[in-house]
Design a protein around this ligand. Structure first.
Ligand code: URA
Ligand code: SF4
Length: 215
């Protein structure tokens, strides 16, 4: 039986498109709720829509999105396998940083999306989505280090747009992205009945502090 009172991704998207909770609603053309596979195992969280996203209403469709597609392809993932959204759903004027008040006003939409998708892995792209899970941390210190936060794996990464401004970050981001399939494999193994014996894996994910057995 479908519960008619149950929250849905469509309900979140509709609420975002109609949202007037912060001043970004005054300058947006299209709110960008996020999109992807509702059955996804991995959720990518960026910063905020830019020019192209504001025009189209879709996440990561500009140059940063092209690099994100490249990153996904590098680990044999497609956009249609994933769900992609942002901390703030409307474009800040001139792509300025989102304000703390805007992030706070928008947070419940992201929280609902996380609850509905219940992904095995969250990948944060850039410092604003990192700060949601790792307050007080700096991205240069923790990028590429997988951690367990409230029972879920979270991988903080540099924003793909950073590589467009600073070419030396491309290789770092590509290297960090290799943690994505490793983390998913670890999460699947944890969800599955106990393996006997544990398969020898070539490379273990670089999980900070905890070992695979604490997952
Ligand atoms: N950068 C982001 O953080 N999000 C987008 O959707 C596009 C660019
Ligand atoms: Fe609403 Fe978020 Fe858009 Fe602000 S940024 S108007 S809180 S959807």
């Amino acid at each position: 039986m479908v519960d008619p009172t149950a929250d849905t991704l469509e309900a979140v998207a509709t609420a975002v498109r109609d949202c007037l909770r912060c001043d970004l609603c005054k300058t947006r053309n299209h709110a960008v709720p996020g999109e992807g596979n509702p059955q996804t195992e991995v959720l990518f969280i960026g910063e905020a829509p830019g020019l192209n996203e504001d025009r189209s209403g879709r996440p990561f469709v500009g140059a940063a999105g092209q690099f994100l597609d490249e990153l996904l392809a590098s680990v044999q993932l497609k956009r249609s396998d994933c769900f992609i959204t942002n901390v703030v759903k409307c474009r800040p004027p001139n792509n300025r940083d989102p304000e703390p008040t805007e992030i706070a006003a928008c947070a419940s939409y992201l929280d609902r999306q996380i609850a509905l998708l219940n992904p095995k892995l969250i990948v944060t792209l850039g410092r604003f989505s990192m700060a949601k899970f790792f307050p007080g941390e700096t991205i240069s210190r923790i990028h590429g280090k997988l951690r367990m936060i409230n029972g879920r794996l979270v991988l903080p990464m540099y924003h793909p747009a950073a590589a467009l401004h600073q070419n030396s970050l491309r290789a770092t981001i590509l290297e960090d992205f290799k943690q994505v399939p490793l983390a998913l494999a670890a999460a699947r193994q944890q969800a599955a009945p106990p393996p006997s014996p544990a398969p020898a894996s070539a490379e273990a994910p670089k999980l900070e502090q905890k070992t695979l057995f604490d997952l």
